[in-house]
Ligand binder design. Sequence first.
Ligand code: PEP
Ligand code: MN
Length: 351
Amino acid sequence: MKITKFFKKKPFIIAGPCSAESESQVLAIANQTKDYTNLFRAGLWKPRTSPNSFEGVGNKGLKWLQKVREKTGLKVATEVATAKHVEFCLKADIDMLWIGARTTVNPFYVQEIAEALKGVDIPVLVKNPVHPEIGLWVGALERLNKVGITKLAAIHRGFHSYKKSVYRNDPKWDMPIKLRERLIDIPIICDPSHIAGNTELIEDIAQTAMDINLDGLMIETHLEPKKALSDSNQQILPLELNSILHNLILRSNKLRDQKFRNELRAFRNKIDVLDEEIIGLFRKRKQIVEQIAILKDQNKLTVFQIERWFEILKTRKKYANNLNLDDEFITEIFDLIHKYSILIQTKNMRQ
Ligand code: PEP
Ligand code: MN
């Protein structure tokens, strides 16, 4: 995939309200954020769960965005979900577009948007799909790339989860990392507002995004967050945004200092040895699992036995707690180990 970087400064900062509500609103927010941000965002067509919610001001907001650009010099962006939206935005000369999470999930919508953008050299930001399926995210970026759009970026806005959580959308930090593995050159911008769903967690999420070397932040800003017509729990004041940006610790991914480089290498060598040992242990475990499979087969015993699984979970959690390890982490690992044990046993029995 050929990607053209459309911004130089890192982190690239996008701010603005969830929804454009009036001309004076967008102008006031843009005025207050223009000195420390790089792009102004405001949704005009809002994908809402209920048809009774505010669904955005629609086309009339395009002029307001033009006014923002004219008065503040900021580039402006909005969300497109249909070919019609694209057409309106191109006519109004909007600088950048983004595709929302509810659109990325559907290849038909993305294809329609891509075709409406054929031959246009405009930056497009693609939010991750609602659920954690990396293929849909990559696929949407590829669809746009196929019609000739190279100024692409991904937006990490978290994932719907059934687990009880402090987040509105689970950050699943492994997903932006996986995306980076698949598309090495793609800039990834984190959207702490939609991950958090509240104002308290935004700073921490923004810092984590910087710590894992993401390229920018999209943060919803409003002058009266509580009165916002959409996402009123998660929008922050321009002043708060400024303070978050000011406090961000930016790290380098280059290893310049020789002493530091040597120290890091020594630690990494230790990790390499440990990981090899862990893999060796997995092999030993697998050999025992195969012997168990034979035994169960001879005795016509089912592969999966719930009591044994509960016992594994309970004891492994206890071992983890005794050693001060996160038991959620250990449970996840054993979930996977157990899944493969079952698979190995069923395969062996069929041979
Ligand atoms: C938004 O950016 O306001 C929005 C609707 O986001 P998402 O697609 O991430 O839900
Ligand atoms: Mn929003």
